[in-house]
Design a protein around this ligand. Sequence first.
Ligand code: IMP
Length: 429
Amino acid sequence: MANVTVIGAQWGDEGKGKVIDWLADRADVVVRFQGGNNAGHTIVVGNSTYKFALLPSGVVQGKLSIIGNGVVVDPWALLDEIERVRAQGLSITPEVLVLADNACLVLPMHRDLDMAREARAGAGKIGTTGRGIGPAYEDKVGRRAIRFCDLGDETALATKIERLLAHHAPLRQGLDLPEVTPDSLMALFAEIAPKVAPYLKPAWRVLDAAMKDGRRVLFEGAQATMLDVDHGTYPFVTSSNTVAGQAATGSGAGPDAGGYVLGIVKAYTTRVGEGPFPCELTDEIGERLGVRGHEFGTNTGRKRRCGWFDAVLVRQSVTISGVKGVVLTKLDVLDGLQTLKVCTAYRLGDRVVDYLPAGLRDQASVEPIYEVLEGWRENTHGVRSWDALPATAQAYVRRIEALIGARVDVVTTSPEREDIILIRDPYEG
Ligand code: IMP
């Protein structure tokens, strides 16, 4: 049975939530494989708006929803989210939600560190979400993180806490943060352990059993390729691998489990936080895109930077993640613009380059080379068929398809679940 992996192909906020919800309808299992509660997926169903940061979007439809080992999980944030969506009428039980027992925890001291470092960095700050994601991943690869499976073993936990604090105590001291004692951490863990225990399982086994049963899996990426710790605009990135390859490592499935890779691409470009953004518009068109596209963070409320469609970046994402097809979102936001620009290459000094170079200085100095396309006056908001799109909107989609080297499978024209133009079904590859 065909599985699908969904990833963001720009800098995040491409509208993955809606697409994932639409795909989850026909999946049996939905798996998160990286990131943490820095993510923000908004799903609108009828009159209800759900905002997820940690829960896989499959919970809306009661699908088996797995938080894989590649996710760093703030258990307090998770429990709050569970309570919040329960209050909205969703049923979150251990039958629906599985939390990988080998996933690492995000602790309050990770948040402290994230925020204190950002505050001290001044102009050099990354513009993180302040959720402690970077420091939590640092502890994971530094082999001193607390994992969910540790919570039930007080003796082992004491040794782990000692090791963790040996690293954090001098850091906190250097940043004028108050001391954290082993006892206070032990008390936090004792409080949280029984609350998360019902959800803990060897998630890779649950996933394997589901796949052997012929169940269809949707791998739900968070953030996006340009925020990937290896392939993004480093160091202005998140601390996880966000590319499609991570679906396997972050869930404990084999490399071919991900199936059809679907890239989510906004019809223009946005980014939150600091870092290079070659096609950024700081004029009234950028402002207009932000207002019409409601470009404010789901989780943090931060205003997103906006710019023209950058085909160079998306082409790069398509290659790095092995994207087969894309969903082009928010086409309607471009309604009413007389002309549209699409970046096809960059000028770097006296050279023309057709990719975003790795070095920060080059990334900051590339200048977009634009192709100008005709816009459309008509209203495309809520349009559900290809034929109902104005000819110039169709031409815009087709041009993007040619420039990025992947076919457009779906176009979305509003936040509503039903407002999509289906060109090719991703589940049919
Ligand atoms: P962190 O993931 O909180 O460490 O933030 C690192 C960078 O990733 C910052 O530029 C954030 O704005 C960005 N970022 C993290 N999560 C998201 C997301 O879900 N959407 C868009 N940007 C994100």
